[in-house]
Each structure stands twice: as structure tokens, then as C-alpha cells.
Design a protein around this ligand. Structure first.
Ligand code: FO1
Length: 323
């Protein structure tokens, strides 16, 4: 009974975000899902623009993804990277040959003057991806980290140094001047449900919310907004979230994640094992769904999406919720 939803907007980044997008796309009628994607992880390699979170969504939603690692193209080879290594170029970012094709095409189109939104829309169509994907902004926005080794860009910290340098502060360079695209604002205004994926709140969701006007657009949307916890038993399913939260002085709990989205979320989905979290969230005035939130493959993601969509039917629509 999930047919009520005609227009669902998902905020997503990383592998968890793409898995949630796939689950929702499988559970919803075709054409009803729009994903607003993080661009804070974007980076230039060899003069090419790489957009890891957009690409993980594109590959997952078109069933091209490498299911084992959660990013990159399934069955991809690394012949181009081998040549670059022979030539003495840095090769710590594993860019596959098929993946290079997308980066070459995107960079070429950007140089021709097309916007990242238009390019992403075309890639979505040509790859047959099962949802609309909108970059949070077409403007430059980069996540930077102040670490015990100084300021670093995101991918050199995340991939190049395996998240080892201890983080003292996060910054989203350009966020103040970055504007959301008109389609993202229109999708939020017309949404009948907004979902915040179980992505890293600090690295994937907050750069989206930092885009000027996006947080306000969510806060003033009539649709209810549901967050899904990225933590199970105080641990992230994937990635450095738990350590990062602790390093930055946050409690490593779903309730602490929900508080980061204060004023935006009406409800939160937590793991059935995290009972203390459910109590704390309810005490904060949020509706709570406790269930198995581990997305084991596409059927597991679809199961979680269907449960979330059923639960969302119980939430009130609040015209003009204000921040
Ligand atoms: N993640 C890694 O851990 N190692 C890699 O070498 C790597 C390469 C890579 C290439 C293209 C791409 O789209 C993603 C890639 N990722 C890699 C994942 C990426 O760093 C992360 O998924 C996100 O940026 C974090 O959300």
C-alpha cells in the first residue's frame, strides 16, 4: 500500500544514500523519486571532474554499480590507471576504465558550457537510471577538513589517507555563495514526502543543507520529512562516521544524528536493536520507526523503503512547516 506517494525527494550521498535511493525506486511508482545529491566530495583528477556521490547514484540506479565495493562500475578494469602509474602520475584514487568514460564526457560537456544539472540529467536518461538525480548545486562546493596534519580536501583524506588524520573541523567551501538549482527547489515544494538517507550526516547531508536556501526549502515544505539512521548499535554500516562524530565531540547515537537535522525531521527510522535511541528520539518529539535498517542488497533496501513509506502514511502533512 505505498501508492499514495507521487513525489518523494531523497537527500543522499555515499553508498548508504545510493542504496536507499535504489530501495525507494523499487518501492515507488516509476518517475516519482527525485534524489538531491551531495557534491562536496567532488574532485578534479588529471583535469577531469569526478563526482563520486552523483556517480554512485547513477551506477546504482542503472544497475551498473560494483555491488561488492558499493562504488565504481561492476567488472571495470584499470588499464588507464596502470598507464598513468607507469607515467608517474599519482594513482591513489581507483578510477576504472569505464568510470573514466563518464568523467571524460562530463568534463568535456562542462567545458562546452553545460551545467552539472543538465549533464547529470542526460546521463541519468542515457543510463536508464531509475530516478531523477539533481546535484545539490551547480556552483562550486567542496568539503574540506582541518586535521592534525592541516587542512585537507575530502578525497585525499578519505581515499588517499584512509580517513587516518584526526579531524578537528569541517568546512564546506563555497556553500555560502552556492545556489540550489530551480528543479531541486521545485521538487521540495511539490514533494509529498522528504527522506534523509542513512548517509554520513556530517560529510554527505550537511554539505547539501549548507547550500544557501536548501535547508529553508525543506523546513518550509508541506511534506513530512523522515531521516534514516546511519548507525546500528553505535557503529556506522560503512565508513568513518562513528570516529568522526566522536572526534568532533558528538555523541555517537541516532538521537545525536537526528539533532543535527533539528527543525527538519518529523520522524526517524532507527534499528530495532537501538531501543535507547528510540526513547530519546520520542522524548525529542519525533515519531519513530524501529526496524531492521541494514540494507542487504536491493531486496533488503526495497523492504526498508516499503516499511518507511507505510510508516510515513501515519505522519501529518504540515503546510508551511517553519524552521
Ligand atoms: N573509495 C575508496 O575507498 N577508494 C577508491 O579508490 C575510490 C575510488 C572512487 C572512484 C570513483 C568514485 O565515484 C568513487 C570512488 N570511491 C573510492 C568512493 C568515494 O570516495 C566515496 O564513496 C565517497 O566520496 C564518499 O561518500
Amino acid at each position: 500500500m505505498t501508492v499514495r506517494w507521487n513525489s518523494v525527494v531523497l537527500l543522499a550521498g555515499g553508498v548508504g544514500g545510493a542504496r536507499m535511493a535504489e530501495g525507494l525506486a523499487r518501492a515507488l511508482p516509476s518517475g516519482s523519486l527525485t534524489v538531491i545529491a551531495n557534491v562536496g566530495d567532488d574532485e578534479e583528477f588529471y583535469g577531469l571532474r569526478v563526482c563520486p556521490d552523483i556517480d554512485t547514484l547513477l551506477y546504482t540506479l542503472s544497475d551498473r554499480i560494483d555491488r561488492g565495493q558499493g562504488w565504481g562500475v561492476g567488472g571495470d578494469t584499470v588499464k588507464a590507471l596502470d598507464v598513468l602509474r607507469d607515467l608517474g602520475a599519482p594513482t591513489w584514487m581507483k578510477l576504472g576504465d569505464a568510470d573514466f568514460g563518464l568523467h571524460i564526457w562530463r568534463s568535456w560537456r562542462l567545458r562546452e558550457g553545460d551545467s552539472l544539472s543538465a549533464i547529470t540529467a542526460e546521463a541519468t536518461k542515457r543510463f536508464g537510471a531509475a530516478a531523477k538525480i539533481l546535484p545539490a548545486t551547480d556552483d562550486r562546493l567542496r568539503t574540506r577538513l582541518d586535521t592534525d596534519e592541516g587542512w585537507m580536501d575530502f578525497q585525499p583524506w578519505f581515499v588517499g589517507r584512509h580517513c587516518k588524520p584526526k579531524v578537528k573541523e569541517l568546512r564546506f567551501d563555497g556553500a555560502g555563495d552556492a545556489r540550489p538549482g530551480a528543479p531541486a527547489l521545485a521538487a521540495l515544494a511539490a514533494a509529498d514526502l522528504i527522506v534523509i538517507a542513512p548517509s554520513n550526516p556530517l560529510l554527505s547531508i550537511e554539505p547539501i543543507l549548507a547550500v544557501s536556501g536548501l535547508r529553508e526549502a525543506i523546513a518550509s515544505a508541506a511534506a513530512p520529512c523522515i531521516g534514516v539512521s546511519p548507525l546500528i548499535g553505535g557503529k556506522a554500516v560503512k565508513g568513518p562516521l562513528a570516529r568522526l562524530m566522536a572526534d568532533l565531540g558528538h555523541q555517537v547515537t541516532s538521537a545525536a544524528v537526528a539533532r543535527r537535522y533539528g527543525g527538519l525531521v518529523d520522524a526517524f527510522v532507527v534499528d530495532a536493536g537501538d531501543r535507547a535511541d528510540a526513547g530519546a528520539l520520542e522524548a525529542d518529539g519525533l515519531a519513530v520507526l524501529s526496524t531492521d535498517i541494514l540494507m542487504n542488497g536491493p531486496p533488503g533496501a526495497e523492504r526498508l523503503a516499503r516499511e518507511l513509506l507505510e510508516f510515513a502514511l501515519t505522519l501529518p502533512v504540515q503546510p508551511g512547516r517553519a524552521a
